[in-house]
Design a protein around this ligand. Structure first.
Ligand SMILES: C[S@@+](CC[C@H](N)C(=O)[O-])C[C@H]1O[C@@H](n2cnc3c(N)ncnc32)[C@H](O)[C@@H]1O
Length: 475
């Protein structure tokens, strides 16, 4: 029975049965589904109800009575406060189990699709240190830990932080000293920039008052080159000491990180956190190079690239293999981004048409085609969900195979109609959101059967997953 303490409702001895697609654990109390952040299947807990809805409660762990056998000790000291990787306390095999179970659930139970085969997952050999890009923010509003607040001492650096946002708090930054998702050297870079910036009295940007100099630190890594690119984003330089700091930190990092191949100083003089007005290369090359399935990709400071270096070859290789492209095939790659699928796929096809909304991604895709001497790829900027999309797409040669890799929201109805009306023999639907993928596949079952689904774990320690669905035309 729920017992009341002040205004809180506590559900006693709740058994956690599952962990859902958004990474939230689930238990059941008298027919009411309880979603509990921070719990693990197999735990028995007291849950504090945070929000009460008619059919479900949103809860937090109040106390754990029985710890699940699937729990492991999270290595990261920021775990539980930082919102980065919420599954560190769950054994990796169990992470894979629940990711796959959730995909099956979405297709079988929610979308009611008969899938030919649920293939075993492709898993990441590197459970940590796999990310090739991390973006940290400076803030004039540091998140203070409970211990710091309890000590009641004067906190000297509370107006200077460099780290990650807390979940749901755009205005506060948690100082991150060691992020386990990136390489060790990247943590050295992170700490050096914070220490030096604070030591010489640089100001951190205040996101609501819009003053302060240092804004973001982005660290990119190329596995093929074993090289780092560091991008320091600041507000406009207004005095000599700011100019000196940018040059000094660049020199210092060259000294301590021998494989820092590039240092970029970027300016953002707007209030918008993600804008870049201009940038200058202060050291080394303008781009990193990453190698995927025999294609070399130039990665410039702000271009998109898949974030798990170690899974790039297996993931892209599997997409291309699944497409079963024949030498005379015309392939469409919709939502093609920078061409990380189109360019490797072009090696087996007659020609590939890559369509994408972002002009800069298409510019990167074209540059990468040229860089690799690939001549059978045509890339075009197009809003696939816009009103002229159907007309523009109808001008393309008709496809034998279509690859789609849409954003999390999935495919719009006009593209579903194009897929249904095309004569292509196979669709490879790649998605980082199996919920919208299952919804869209259900709409396509009018003309296609879902032959197989393969989960690919690009994001260990998080609930995120990539899923490759193969759809074959019903004869
Ligand atoms: C999951 S990413 C695909 C990345 C791509 N496969 C790559 O490896 O670079 C989804 C892509 O869809 C693009 N996109 C989003 N909305 C779009 C639209 N309405 N029309 C065309 N492309 C869109 C995004 O810019 C993004 O590059």
């Amino acid at each position: 029975m729920p017992s009341k303490r002040k205004k809180d409702i506590i559900i006693r001895d709740l058994s956690i049965e599952a962990i859902g697609f958004e990474g939230v654990a689930v238990g059941r109390h008298e027919e009411i589904v309880c979603f509990v952040k921070g719990a693990v299947p197999g735990d028995v807990i007291d849950a504090k109800v945070k929000r009460k809805k008619k059919k479900y409660y949103e809860c937090r762990v109040e106390q754990i009575h029985e710890f699940s056998a699937d729990r492991v000790e999270p290595p990261c000291s920021h775990f539980g406060v930082c919102g980065g990787c919420t599954w560190q306390q769950l054994d990796y095999d169990k992470q894979l189990f629940w990711k796959r179970r959730n995909i099956e659930d979405l297709f079988r139970r929610i979308a009611k699709i008969e899938v030919g085969e649920y293939l075993p997952y492709l898993f990441s050999e590197y459970k940590y240190g796999y990310r090739n890009k991390m973006e940290f923010s400076f803030s004039a509003n540091r998140w203070l830990t409970d211990e710091e607040i309890a000590k009641d001492d004067e906190i000297s650096d509370k107006y200077f932080a460099l780290g990650l946002h807390l979940p749901g708090r755009f205005d506060k930054i948690l100082n991150i000293e060691n992020c386990y998702l990136q390489q060790n050297a990247a943590n050295i870079i992170l700490n050096e920039v914070r220490t030096q910036g604070y030591a010489v009295g640089m100001s951190a940007y205040h996101v609501t008052k819009h003053h302060g100099f240092l804004r973001h630190l982005t660290i990119r890594y190329s596995l093929a080159q074993d090289a780092f690119m560091v991008i320091l984003t600041t507000a406009e330089i207004t005095n000599d000491s700011e100019m000196k700091f940018v040059n000094d930190i660049c020199r210092r990092l060259i000294e301590i990180i021998p494989n820092m191949k590039s240092f970029v100083h970027a300016l953002n003089i707007s209030h918008n956190a993600v804008m870049i007005d201009s940038y200058k290369i202060l050291h080394g090359d303008e781009y990193l190079v990453e190698s995927v399935c025999g294609v070399d990709f130039r990665i410039s400071p702000f271009s998109f690239f898949q974030t798990n270096s170690y899974m790039l070859n297996p993931f892209i290789g599997k997409i291309v293999e699944s497409a079963a492209i024949r030498p005379d095939d015309i392939v469409w790659d919709l939502y093609c981004g920078t061409g990380s699928i189109s360019l490797p796929a072009s090696k087996s096809a007659k020609s590939v048409f890559g369509l994408e909304l972002s002009e800069s991604s298409i510019a990167d895709a074209k540059a990468n085609a040229e860089f690799n001497g690939i001549e059978n790829c045509v890339f075009s900027v197009i809003d696939l969900h816009g009103k002229n999309a159907t007309e523009s797409i109808s001008q393309l040669p008709s496809p034998d195979v279509i690859i789609v890799d849409p954003p999390r929201a999935g495919i719009a109805q006009n593209i579903i109609d194009i897929l249904l009306n095309s004569d292509c023999r196979r669709i490879v639907y790649v998605s980082c959101n199996p919920a919208t993928q299952a919804r869209d596949c259900a709409l396509l079952t009018e003309k296609y059967k879902v032959t197989s689904i393969l989960p690919v774990d690009m994001f260990p320690q998080t609930y995120h997953i990539e899923s490759i669905a193969i759809l074959d035309r019903i004869q």
